[in-house]
Design a binder for this molecule. Structure first.
Ligand code: GDP
Ligand code: MN
Length: 386
């Protein structure tokens, strides 16, 4: 689960990771009030959306006076900000972070990630931070160092210094940097983060280190342990169909093809997407109703997929194990009664109680296309959209 920069910075403050003074605002008036309270210029006006690259897209600007704050807040609030991470449709800006501007000596890069290969936390750091970090990763990858932390050992003093040296932190700021990184590691572990990224971490002209930007991603599977973090979720920033699907515990990801599909089990869902591709069509989504889905979940899954206007045909591929075929068939019939089935639906069903399942479907008199096996199903659904 991603959160906004202003929320990430509040979390940083709780762990004594230094950030500039400032706060979130929702209107131009509020932006002016907050800027005056900061008591000096420049003031930075920053669009709050769940995507990076805001600086290059015109969503981060410096104001030298209160009039400029007003102009910039007017300009950025309500704009559709397009960055390399938003896609061409961009993101509507509904809030701003108004912050005290900093005098930057150098921009550095610092992040923590879960590294599955080594089952450790990896710290990535580069002295070449800032808006061109992707270029650095591409052209001079040796300028990014990686330090692996064993989660059972915790972060060690020598590792803090190793990162500090790699970043070229001057002696006068080394102690402050070590404390910052050690606090950041603690924040990462205690909140079950999957990623924390500071780009840029800055060295100021008076040798202070400060997180100028803040990106935090929590492991969604651990959120049940952190009720307080759930409150940071911003549904405005998520795909509305994915939000709807999550209400019913459906694993749904919106994609850009035109064959909707409903499958039980993530592995089978992957395989189904592959065979759809193989047959010359493209999946419109990934939808795993789960091994033990109820007929109500199946009903909601079909409703959500049919509400997607780009879906031109649906492939339902079910292997009845814990989810029995008859329960599943009942879900489809209920959904069909409540929803307008406007596209061809191909069903491939196999496993426990498959005969009962097929009987329920055929007696319902729905216009479903029956498939004998996986490749037959893929051929039939591809034929329906081509
Ligand atoms: P991003 O583009 O979405 O990653 O947004 P950032 O928060 O990283 O800001 C982009 C860039 O704006 C930074 O790399 C800085 O160069 C610049 N910037 C942000 N805040 C300040 C500030 O307080 N002072 C100065 N001089 N530049 C800033
Ligand atoms: Mn940044």
């Amino acid at each position: 689960m991603k959160i906004h920069e202003y929320q990430a910075k509040q979390l940083f403050r709780r762990y004594n990771v230094p950030v500039p003074e400032g706060s979130v605002v929702f209107s131009v008036e509020e932006a002016k009030r907050t800027a005056s309270a900061l008591g000096g210029f420049p003031v930075v006006v920053k669009a709050q959306i769940h995507a990076g690259g805001r600086g290059k897209g015109g969503g981060v600007k410096l104001a030298a006076s209160i009039n400029e704050v007003e102009t910039l807040a007017n300009e950025i609030l309500g704009m559709t900000l397009v960055t390399h991470q938003t896609g061409p449709e961009g993101r509507l800006v509904k809030k701003l972070l108004v912050e005290a501007g900093q005098l930057i000596e150098r921009e550095l890069y610092l992040s923590l990630l879960v590294d599955r290969n080594t089952a450790s936390i990896v710290i990535m750091a580069s002295p070449d931070g800032g808006m061109d970090i992707e270029q650095v990763a591409h052209k001079t990858p040796d300028r990014i160092i990686k330090v692996y932390i064993d989660p059972l050992m915790g972060i060690q003093g020598y590792q803090l210094r190793q990162v500090g040296f790699a970043l070229g932190i001057p002696g006068a700021a080394m102690k402050q940097f070590s404390t910052l990184l050690s606090n950041l590691y603690q924040l990462f572990m205690e909140n079950d983060c999957s990623m924390v990224e500071i780009n840029p971490l800055i060295l100021t002209v008076d040798d202070k280190v400060l997180a100028l930007d803040a990106k935090v991603d929590f492991d969604a599977n651990a959120l049940y342990r952190h009720q307080e973090l759930m409150e940071l979720r911003d549904l405005d920033e998520e795909d509305p169909m994915e939000v709807e699907a999550s209400r019913f515990n459906l694993n749904y990801i919106n994609l850009d093809g035109n064959v909707g599909n409903i499958v039980n089990g993530a592995g089978l869902a992957m395989a189904t997407m592959d065979i759809i591709k193989n047959a010359g069509a493209t999946p419109a989504n990934f939808m795993d109703v789960g091994g033990g889905a109820s007929s109500e979940q199946v009903e909601n899954a079909l409703r959500i997929i049919l509400a997607d206007s780009k879906v031109k045909a649906v492939l339902i591929n079910i292997f009845g194990g814990i989810l029995r075929c008859d329960i599943f068939a009942k879900g489809i019939v209920d959904a069909a009664r409540k929803t307008n089935i406007r596209v061809p639906i191909v069903v491939r069903m196999e496993g426990t109680n498959v005969e009962e399942g097929k009987k329920i479907l055929s007696q319902a008199g729905l216009n479903l296309i029956n498939a004998e096996n996986l490749s037959d199903a893929a051929q039939k659904v591809a034929a329906a959209v081509i």
